[in-house]
Design a protein around this ligand. Structure first.
Ligand SMILES: Nc1nc2c([nH]c(=O)n2[C@H]2C[C@H](O)[C@@H](COP(=O)(O)OP(=O)(O)OP(=O)(O)O)O2)c(=O)[nH]1
Length: 139
């Protein structure tokens, strides 16, 4: 999810060290749970991670990116897991209720849209950042 402020900045969060892609910056969000729509999952994850509420009608699809889940070595296995497909959906919003804060302890920063791609990010977040720049018109 891309939370956008009036100064054309977007909120990004840092993945915890030790996690897959630990220490890298990403758009907040998470996985769709069984029975959820992607929009419901996005709103739920943002509420859990940032403590803000987003109305369904304020979610705007921006782009998607397709790749593979980075596998972690499993106990009892010599190598990494078999690759699994990963599809990331990016929505954007300018409207939310509350003030974003790191409910789960992640480091947060507001950053200008054009600077997002200079951050160290997991691979699929780069094309999403580029799509977001194109999606949000310059003043
Ligand atoms: N944002 C992002 N995540 C990626 C990429 N490649 C990749 O394997 N991942 C993984 C990291 C996470 O395991 C998963 C994204 O799920 P998530 O946002 O719920 O991350 P998470 O670590 O909180 O989830 P979990 O596995 O602990 O349940 O996808 C990528 O390019 N960008």
């Amino acid at each position: 999810m891309a939370l956008l402020d009036p100064a054309r900045q977007v909120l990004v969060q840092r993945r915890p060290s030790g996690a897959v892609h630990g220490g890298l910056w990403e758009f907040p969000g998470g996985k769709v749970e069984p029975g959820e729509t992607p929009e419901q999952a996005a709103a739920r994850e943002i509420a859990e991670e940032l403590g803000v509420e987003i109305a369904h009608g304020d979610l705007h699809p921006v782009s998607f990116a397709v790749g593979q889940v980075a596998g972690k070595p499993q106990h009892g296995q010599a190598g990494a897991q078999a690759p699994r497909p990963l599809i990331l959906l990016l929505y954007a919003t300018r409207q939310w209720q509350g003030t974003p804060r790191a409910e789960q302890g992640a480091e947060l920063q507001w950053i200008a849209l054009e600077e997002v791609s200079q951050l160290p990010m997991p691979p699929l977040d780069y094309p999403l950042a580029e799509a977001l720049c194109r999606h949000v018109p310059r003043p």
